[in-house]
Design a protein around this ligand. Structure first.
Ligand code: HEM
Length: 316
C-alpha cells in the first residue's frame, strides 16, 4: 500500500527538481520542433489528436514515410512528458503549506502552457503548417521556458515585492532588453516563415525577401548587445553579487555564440543542422536572460517562505 504522507513528502522534496525539469523540457521541445521542421516531418501525422485516421500512433501508410511519422509523433510524446512535469510542478505547489501564490501561479502556467501548445500544435497541423501558425507555436516555448526559470528562482525566495540586488537601473535596462528579445525572437520566426524550412514542401510561405527580414532580425540582436553592454557597465559600477556576474557572463557567451551561428547559417544557405542549433541557441539566450533578470533582484525571505522551504526539504 502506498504511504500517502511519504508520497506527499517525496513530491515536495522534488519540487525544485520538477522546476528544473520544466526548464529543460521546454528547451527540448523547441529543439524537437525544429527537427520536425527541417526534416519535412510537419505533416508526418496528418491528424490531431490522432496521428492517422483511426490511429493514435504512427501506422503503415502508402504515402507517408514511417520515419517522418515517428519524428512528428516523438514531438507529440515529448509534449505529453512536459504535461506530466507541469502537473507535478502544480501538484507540489498545491501540496505545499502555506500556499505560495507566486509558486502556484508559475506552476499553473507550466501546466496551462502545455494545453495552449497542444491546441496551437493542433491548429498548425490542421492549417497545413501555415507559416504564422508555426511561428506562434514556436514563440510560446521561450515564454514557458522564461516562466520555468522564474519558478526555479521563486522556490528559493518569498512572495515579497522584489528589490534590486544591483545598481537600481539594471532591472530597468533588463526590461528594455526583454522587449528587444521578444522582437528578436518574433523577427526570427518571420525569417523562418520566408525561408526554405517550412516543415512540408507544399506549404505557402511568407512572401517577403529573406535578406530584408534577416537584416531586421540582426538589428534586434545589435540592440540587444548594446543593452547588454549597458547592463555590464552598470554591474561594474556596482553593487553586483558574484552569482549575478556569473549569469551575466553566461548570457554574453550564449548570445555571441548564437549570433555567430545565425551569421554562418545565413551565409551557408541555412543548413538543417545549424537551424536546429540556432533554435537551441534561441532557447538558451531566453533562459540565460530570464536567469539574469531573476537573480538581479530578490524577494527577501519571510517567515512564510522559510517555513515552506523547511517543509519542502524535510526528510520522509
Ligand atoms: C541572439 C541572437 C539570435 C536569436 C535569439 C535568434 C533567434 C531566432 C529564432 C527564434 C528563429 C526562428 C526559429 C524558428 O522559427 O524555428 C531564428 C531564425 C533565423 N535566424 Fe536567428 N537569432 C539570432 C541571431 C541571428 C543572426 C545574427 C542571424 C544572421 C543574420 C540569424 C539568422 C537567422 C535565420 C537565417 C533564421 C531562419 C532559419 C530557418 O530558415 O529556419 N539569427 N532566429
Amino acid at each position: 500500500m502506498v504511504n500517502r504522507t511519504a508520497l506527499k513528502q517525496r513530491i515536495l522534496q522534488w519540487q525544485y527538481g520538477f522546476a528544473i525539469a520544466a526548464v529543460v523540457a521546454n528547451v527540448s521541445i523547441a529543439i524537437t520542433g525544429a527537427v520536425v521542421r527541417v526534416t519535412g516531418s510537419g505533416l508526418g501525422c496528418t491528424e490531431w489528436p490522432n496521428c492517422q485516421p483511426g490511429s493514435m500512433i504512427p501506422i503503415e501508410h502508402p504515402e507517408l514515410d514511417m520515419v517522418h511519422q515517428w519524428i512528428e509523433y516523438g514531438n507529440r510524446l515529448l509534449g505529453g512528458v512536459i504535461g506530466i512535469i507541469g502537473g507535478l510542478c502544480f501538484l507540489a505547489a498545491w501540496l505545499s503549506r502555506p500556499h505560495r501564490k507566486r509558486v502556484l501561479w508559475l506552476s499553473a502556467a507550466m501546466l496551462g502552457g502545455v494545453f495552449v501548445q497542444a491546441v496551437l500544435g493542433g491548429i498548425t497541423v490542421r492549417t497545413g503548417l501555415l507559416w504564422w501558425t508555426v511561428a506562434i507555436h514556436m514563440v510560446v516555448s521561450p515564454v514557458l521556458a522564461w516562466f520555468a526559470v522564474l519558478l526555479v528562482r521563486s522556490l528559493r525566495e518569498s512572495d515579497a515585492p522584489p528589490r534590486p540586488r544591483t545598481h537600481p537601473w539594471v532591472p530597468r535596462v533588463l526590461i528594455a532588453q526583454t522587449v528587444v528579445l521578444v522582437g528578436l525572437l518574433i523577427a526570427g520566426t518571420l525569417v523562418t516563415g520566408a525561408g526554405p524550412h517550412a516543415g512540408d514542401q507544399k506549404v505557402a510561405r511568407l512572401d517577403l525577401p529573406v535578406s530584408t527580414l534577416a537584416h531586421v532580425h540582426a538589428a534586434f540582436l545589435y540592440t540587444f548587445l548594446a543593452l547588454l553592454a549597458l547592463v555590464g557597465y552598470l554591474l561594474w559600477r556596482g553593487p553586483a553579487p558574484r552569482d549575478v556576474w556569473k549569469r551575466y557572463f553566461v548570457l554574453v557567451g550564449v548570445v555571441l555564440a548564437q549570433g555567430a551561428i545565425g551569421f554562418v547559417q545565413y551565409f551557408t544557405g541555412v543548413p538543417s543542422v545549424l537551424v536546429v542549433l540556432h533554435v537551441f541557441g534561441a532557447m538558451l539566450v531566453t533562459v540565460a536572460t530570464a536567469a539574469l533578470w531573476a537573480w538581479s533582484r530578490e524577494r527577501p525571505a519571510t517567515v512564510e517562505a522559510s517555513q515552506h522551504e523547511q517543509f519542502a526539504t524535510a526528510s520522509p
